[in-house]
Design a protein around this ligand. Structure first.
Ligand SMILES: [Zn+2]
Ligand SMILES: [Zn+2]
Length: 238
């Protein structure tokens, strides 16, 4: 990994720590130690958003009704993945987003003939303004930035305000059934800049895919606005 003079000073001022185990790493540019990185088992296919069958990249999902394609880099129950997600979402360790985005980029490039030129826009799953004020950052936006950088997608294609979470919702973790989760997020997103969505191939980025209710709602919102294709990519799936 290339080290600039600035990154050298940064590493001296803020000694790099592994987002997985908290151990030392060589540089802040990639804060994941080699043993955590090796421990992270990558998926090698895409998945049907409806039934979770493994499907090839750009292959037809067995349930076409989903209206979007879905890929997740690793399994949520992988202990290394679990620790990294926890670091980002609950321990204010924003740097954990760097290896997450890099892992998604690596996964998608290895899984298939992914062409970064095909992506017109990258949309991180937006969070409500109140949540943003509480946490101080949108974890999906941080992951999306790292993903774009590692996948060769220009950073200006990462849209942080084109789609907003216009209605506050309960945490999805408080919803027991899939139906509840769907109802909880219904109508909660709105497109603020339709011209950036219409006729575009969009990649949605999120940290974890659980029931898919959030990705599904966001994909629907983008499709209603005229998005050409929607691909949801997450770091992990349950
Ligand atoms: Zn580690
Ligand atoms: Zn299916």
């Amino acid at each position: 990994m290339k080290r600039t003079a600035w990154s050298f000073f940064e590493d001296v001022l803020f000694p790099p720590r592994c987002a997985g185990c908290g151990g030392e790493t060589e540089t802040n540019r990639f804060p994941l130690c080699s043993s955590c990185n090796r421990a992270l088992a990558r998926n090698d296919s895409f998945f049907c958003p409806v039934c979770r069958n493994r499907i090839p990249y750009r292959g037809n999902a067995c349930h076409e009704s989903a209206g979007y394609a879905f890929g997740a880099a690793v399994d949520f129950n992988d202990p290394a993945a679990h620790r990294i997600i926890h670091a980002l979402k609950y321990e204010n360790r924003q740097y954990a987003a760097i290896p997450m985005g890099a892992t998604i980029a690596e996964y998608v490039s290895a899984t298939a003939s992914f062409d970064p030129e095909d992506a017109d826009a990258v949309v991180p799953v937006p969070i409500h303004g109140k949540k943003l004020a509480e946490r101080g950052y949108n974890q999906s936006f941080l992951i999306a930035k790292s993903f774009a950088r590692n996948a060769g997608i220009p950073s200006e294609k990462v849209l942080c305000r084109a789609v907003v979470k216009s209605r506050e919702t309960r945490s999805q973790t408080l919803c027991v059934t899939v139906k509840e989760r769907r109802e909880n997020v219904r109508g909660s997103f709105s497109v603020a800049s339709p011209e950036k969505i219409r006729d575009k191939n969009i990649i949605i980025i999120d940290d974890v895919y659980t029931t898919g209710a959030t990705a599904e709602e966001l994909a629907k919102t983008l499709k209603r606005c005229g998005a050409k294709t929607v691909l949801a990519l997450t770091f992990a799936k349950t």
